[in-house]
Design a protein around this ligand. Structure first.
Ligand code: FDA
Length: 367
């Protein structure tokens, strides 16, 4: 006799949405998480009244109205619009690449002048069959944008020279010929009022959540608690790495509290030079238009992932694709385990996508 209908391993957005829908449908649900807090990677730490995005900056954006309405049914969202800046040496640029960026680069003012400049630079390079990321990017945007805004940042992100990275990583590089600094093209965008914990706490309201429990520390006993396990952790770990370890890129965050009210005047500032070791500085208060007397900034350093570090970005190359496929074949044969979320599916999910995926999956299982 099982105590619960569902044991949900992981209280991130996938687990929290899944748990909420089951609870709402009258199912008995237990959520566990190996961390000491719920919310997964969208969790924020409260420092001097500021919500610090502990696992990386999170901006909710979507074109999907039902998903936007769904998250807004738990918490209101503010009207934050992501408009990052880029620092290259002593120069400052607007992102994404748009007419402001082109004016800053070349003093051009019209879309015709900007297009002509890019076309001229691309033509001069004569790259017809790009063999690597560097050539691919150069053939799309020309020398100036590549050298100042793409090369160093990309090399820091991947820990490798752009000329050694495969061309497919960059399929296209959107260029916007309007003076529009809004990073996302999506219709809806914002940050939950009061921070992301408001969203995940409300999703988990009324549900038993046990923290600091690693599923693998008592796998059999935990599995026996419920009819079905919903697993949102790492798929290779679930199968004891029998086909090898899936690889990731990781990040190291260096948080700093400063006794000034405003450090950089913007939430996100990228550092695109190779010589600056971090990729971005996040100033968290600006996500919520904070007026606190102090501030918290975070420098982001990409790093190689090894066991024990946070697995952030899956490396979706051929080798890892083949390993994942083997695990997936095992996963598909399970009758009382459901796999979902960014780690179990070994894919990068934006938040709106993971919410949509959890809703889709739970509806299949509650039928
Ligand atoms: P998540 O990782 O959130 O949750 C999994 C949970 O399972 C964790 O709490 C973990 O502790 C727990 N767990 C794992 N193994 C366990 C075990 N064995 N036992 C118990 N618990 C276990 N998206 C977006 O839309 N806008 C953005 O701006 C960003 N920004 C961003 C920045 C960075 C640096 C990254 C890496 C990602 C983003 N994202 C994003 C994506 C976003 O973080 C992502 O969509 C969600 O966090 C995915 O939620 P999940 O529930 O799948 O995983």
């Amino acid at each position: 006799m099982n105590d619960f209908d569902f044991l949900i391993v992981g209280s991130g957005l996938f687990g929290a949405v899944f748990a909420h829908e089951c609870h709402k449908a009258g199912k008995k649900v237990l959520v566990i998480d190996r961390r000491q807090h719920s919310g997964g990677n969208v969790y924020c730490e409260h420092v001097n009244g500021i919500n610090v995005h502990k696992y990386g900056a999170h901006i909710f954006h979507t074109n999907d109205k039902p998903i936007w309405d769904y998250v807004n049914s738990f918490v209101g969202f503010n009207n934050y619009v992501n408009s990052p800046l880029a620092v290259y040496k002593d120069e400052l640029y607007n992102l994404p690449f748009n007419m402001n960026t082109f004016h800053q680069l070349w003093k051009v003012r019209t879309p015709q002048e900007a297009r002509a400049k890019i076309t001229e630079q691309v033509a001069a390079l004569q790259i017809n069959d790009p063999q690597n990321l560097e050539e691919q990017a150069l053939s799309l945007v020309g020398t100036d944008i590549y050298e100042k805004l793409i090369k160093g940042y990309t090399e820091k992100q991947w820990g490798r020279k752009a000329s050694e990275l495969p061309a497919f990583i960059i399929k296209r590089l959107p260029l916007r010929f309007t003076y529009n600094n809004n990073y996302f093209n999506d219709r809806y965008q914002g940050i939950p009022v009061g921070g992301y914990n408001q969203l995940t706490d409300r999703l988990l309201e009324g549900i038993e959540v046990r923290l600091g429990i690693d599923f693998f520390s008592a796998r059999e006993a935990l599995t026996a608690l419920a009819k079905t396990v919903v697993f949102t952790g790492q798929l290779d770990e679930f199968y004891n790495y029998r086909f090898g370890m899936l690889q990731y890129r990781s990040l190291r965050f260096e948080h700093e509290q400063l006794e000034i009210d405003n450090y950089q005047g913007n939430a996100v500032v990228n550092y695109t030079e190779r010589e600056v070791p971090f990729t971005r500085i996040i100033e968290h208060k600006h996500f919520e238009f904070g007026q606190q007397p102090s501030t918290v900034i975070t420098r982001e350093y990409p790093e190689e992932w090894k066991k024990g570090l946070e697995p952030y970005y899956p490396i979706n190359d051929d080798i890892n694709g083949k390993i994942y496929k083997q695990y997936k074949e095992l996963a598909d044969q399970e009758t009382n385990v459901i796999f979902g979320g960014r780690l179990a599916e070994y894919r990068y999910y934006d938040m709106h996508q993971v919410v949509a995926s959890a809703l889709h999956t739970v509806r299949l299982h509650l039928k």
